[in-house]
Design a protein. Structure first.
Length: 474
């Protein structure tokens, strides 16, 4: 028997059968295996139970003995309203035609009574894994390629990773602060992947890009009575993320009415769908994100102070890409590999000159702008006749906005008018200052790039009167 990790969130399984003995037997087997099994005895209560809390799996008897609420009709409703919930059908007196009908409607598998416990557990495990894979494939279509921005060996990145590794295994709420484009959603997923909920769902919503009138429906769902009577009930992200993680980005853009509902949920772990009255209890870890600093959030009249403190049990601040230029080489290598795989094109690396150009750019669009620039460069380089990405392949916006080149053009005219010894000293000073700025004061990265021993570089900087502490930390 496999050893189970008791720390993981147990999968919630609903058993629907009109025989109490069968329900007791199946729930007992599943609970012994670490699942969280509950049961009901008819179709009406089955739909009510699913409405109150969406399960991770339904085991459904074909013949429930209540006419319009027989198993196949219940299956149709589940497939319509809860497409990510796998259903395993079971029956003791069914036909091949019944089994085929159930599979066509959407059931994952069919078990005949009496059944062996090993067979039941195998089907349950495979159904849960298949549903998880289905969700992940759909998520990949939206976020592919998944690229985590926490790549690099700078002190900033190491400090953030240390904080995340400490917080991730807990269930505490946290807020991720960082500039626009720093990919807070990818960092939230990184936290999720390191948590005890890693094998459960991760959902994400950006409040800035979601129409205000739609946000509450996306978060809390919508009851059928609010829509056309023949349209399906909409399950919100809170309900879909049961036992998993929900990331709410740009939370300051959340309308006040939604803020109030979210506060109530954070207090009670319960909510009602929009237009509904049934309380739904879920276990969801909430991670929030904001491009505003904590002080800006606290000082905002449009953001609830109560919500601030409920979402900021812990918080991390992501530094802008411009402050960790020493990570550009590793970041670019990481992104290029993922982009090449996603686009199905040959992988190329940056030339030294192209990397230098990226390192000296200010990146106002942060990580997202870097990804876009690298993707464009990789595509443009396909026909350049080289095995590498050259300077000419770099997008025009990066070439035009290159701070290093612009500053050097202004200073070179002055240097060229000096006697050779003074020009040499001025050149070395300006060159080393520019490199210090480029690498954010990181002497180790700078020494490798310019090809000078670290000790000799320190001595040269002192002789030229350049203080590293004035630019950045070593």
């Amino acid at each position: 028997m496999p050893i189970r990790d008791q720390r993981r969130m147990p999968v919630d399984i609903l058993i629907v059968d009109d025989e109490t003995d069968i329900c007791d037997l199946v729930s007992g087997i599943l609970n012994d295996e670490g699942y969280n099994a509950r049961f009901v005895l008819d179709g009406v209560h089955a739909l009510e139970s699913i409405k109150a809390r969406q399960p991770g799996l339904v085991i459904l008897d074909v013949w429930l003995g209540d006419g319009s609420r027989d198993g196949l009709k219940i299956l149709e409703t589940i497939m319509r309203d809860h497409p990510y919930v796998p259903v395993v059908m079971m029956s003791g007196h069914s036909t091949v035609e019944t089994a085929v009908s159930a599979i066509k409607i959407g059931a994952y598998d069919f078990i005949e009574k009496p059944f062996q416990a090993d067979r039941l557990l195998l089907v349950v495990r495979r159904a849960i894994e298949a549903a998880k894979l289905h969700r992940e494939v759909d998520e990949l279509k939206v976020r592919a390629p998944f690229l985590c921005s926490l790549v690099g060996d700078s002190r900033e990145v190491q400090d953030i990773k240390q904080q995340i590794h400490a917080v991730a295994p807990t269930n505490s709420r946290m807020c991720i602060h960082g500039p626009v484009g720093c990919d807070r959603a990818a960092i939230a997923r990184y936290v999720h992947n390191l948590s005890l909920r890693a094998d459960q769902s991760f959902f994400s919503i950006n409040c800035f890009f979601t129409p205000p009138q739609q946000i509450e429906v996306e978060l809390f769902g919508l009851e059928t009575i609010y829509a056309d009577e023949h349209s399906p009930r909409k399950i919100g992200m809170l309900e879909n993320a049961h036992n998993g993680t929900l990331f709410i980005d740009e939370i300051p853009s959340l309308p006040m009415s939604a803020q109030i509902r979210l506060i109530k949920f954070l207090q009670d772990s319960e909510f009602t769908r929009t237009g509904g009255s049934t309380s739904i209890s879920v276990n969801v870890r909430i991670i929030t994100g904001s491009s505003k600093s904590p002080d800006e959030l606290l000082g905002s009249a449009d953001f609830s102070t109560d919500l601030y403190y409920r979402t900021h049990v812990t918080s991390i601040s992501i530094p802008p890409l411009s402050s960790r230029r020493g990570d550009l080489a590793l970041l670019s290598k990481h992104f290029l590999a993922a982009i090449a795989a996603a686009q199905n094109i040959p992988l190329k690396n940056l030339t030294a000159d192209a990397l230098t150009l990226l390192e000296s750019y200010s990146w106002p669009g942060d990580i997202q702008q870097l990804k876009n620039a690298l993707e464009g460069s990789l595509i443009l380089s396909i026909n350049n006749g080289s095995m590498s990405i050259n300077v000419d392949d770099i997008p025009a916006e990066v070439l035009k906005g290159n701070q290093f080149s612009q500053e050097w053009d202004k200073k070179s005219a002055t240097i060229s008018s000096l006697p050779i010894k003074e020009a040499k000293d001025a050149f070395e000073r300006e060159y080393l200052l520019a490199q210090l700025k480029r690498f954010g004061g990181h002497i180790s990265h700078m020494s490798k790039f310019i090809g000078m021993d670290r000790t000799a570089l320190h001595r040269k900087l002192r002789n030229l009167g350049i203080s590293v502490s004035d630019i950045g930390e070593e």
